[in-house]
Design a protein around this ligand. Sequence first.
Ligand code: SF4
Length: 504
Amino acid sequence: MQVSDVISLGRVKADFAMPFNHRVVGQHYLVTNDLGDHLFLTPDELRRLSEGATVPGDGLYERLTAANLIAAKVDVKAQADRWKRKHQYLFYGPTLHAFVLTHRCNHGCQYCHSSIVGMDRTDTDMSIETAERAVDLVFQTTSPGVNIEFQGGEPLANWDVLQHIVEYARQKNALAGKTLSFSLVTNLSLMDDDKLDYLIDRKVQLCTSLDGPEDLHNKIRIYKDGNAHASVVGWMKKINQRYKDMGLDPNLYRVEALPTITKPGLTRWKDIVDQYVEVGCKAIFLRKLDPFGFASRSYKTLGYSMDEFLEFYANAAEYILELNKNGVQVMERHAALMLAKILTDQEPNYLDLRSPGGACVGQIGYAPDGSIYSSDEGRFVASMGDEMFKIGTVNDTYHHLMTNAQTRAMVMAGLNDGQPDCVNCVYKPWCGQQVEYNYKTQGSLQGRMRDSVWCKKHKRVFDWLMARVERADPEEMKIFERWTSTRVLDHYLQDRSALGDNAE
Ligand code: SF4
């Protein structure tokens, strides 16, 4: 279907429609505006929109009005307020603060992004002094909400500093009064009952990696001191039971796990999904292998083309949908984030799907030596010997970090409206940029979307999703709508008014 077969330039009524983009999806043209409204139109309906050939009472007029596609019918004040609500993240600084507590790790995962070292290299641990300076900076963010995420290496290897950061941040928050939460990304192999008691008591959210069934997980996530799969699954079940025993809703409170999809997993989409369901997960985030760090060096054995990934994705997502129809409530996280933007007025603030992208203004990453990077990915690039994304150190001021030339360049390059291809793309209101990915894969912050695998992935996943939405029956629509319903996990929020237990 060529748009030139539908729209005749000489007949376009330029002031009738709001600015819109379009793309063929299934049997229809998908049309979106900058507010994120969408509509599926037949070719004839698209022609009538472009020519202003529709009048009140003909049905199309009412649908176009509801989707804010008729310029004269748009309530500008109400829509400006709506746009502002959906872009709240533009009004404050970074929310996500990723602390790399150490480069040490006891796993040798074949795709590992980080510059990991052996467990004896305690010299790569973050010190208490650096940790305190980093926390001081965290509390200078203008964001009302702050999540401190512990990463590594294996962050549990630097346990004393992890505990110190939790206590120090809680004390600081007694004055700052921010919405403070902590999360820990761990392989769980160094977990023990005492650590778990502390983490549960301090409401630290736990996230781990699970690549699928035992043979697949252990093949990739190499752990010479034991069975990596048995360890992670055992702890996940134990922790989920603890939440249950505390009376927390098991649909909301459980260990979050993420798979990284490698070549051996491409044909195992059913096994991977089944493993997540078996261990009690309610969400699966099907992630493609990133081009950062060690992963790029092992790309030959683990890597695959974007087309192969997208085939895997569609198979897995269809299977997840089928499970839901059979009463198993599990969602694909990437689809759920997209659907929240498409079907509701929510902005999940997922940093890869916003404009500008998350670099510097959505998240910052703190390395053990006190270096500060645009993001986790920025630090991965640094671990490959390129300090492009270093925006300062813990000795700098917050003002300097947020306003220096690198930060400004990354924000500018991370805008969809600054990308020649994105400005004409039907998915622009829901999509986003990652400047680190552009730089790593295409050599510049800006990149070139028509040749970009980032763009290809987003476009094709949006295509799959919108084609499913276009032909969804009521049961499927209900499932998609359920995936978009978000509830605040307030159990994980720290008490904003009281001093931490250890505070003087
Ligand atoms: S990155 Fe690609 S899919 Fe996303 S808005 Fe830009 S052109 Fe569209």
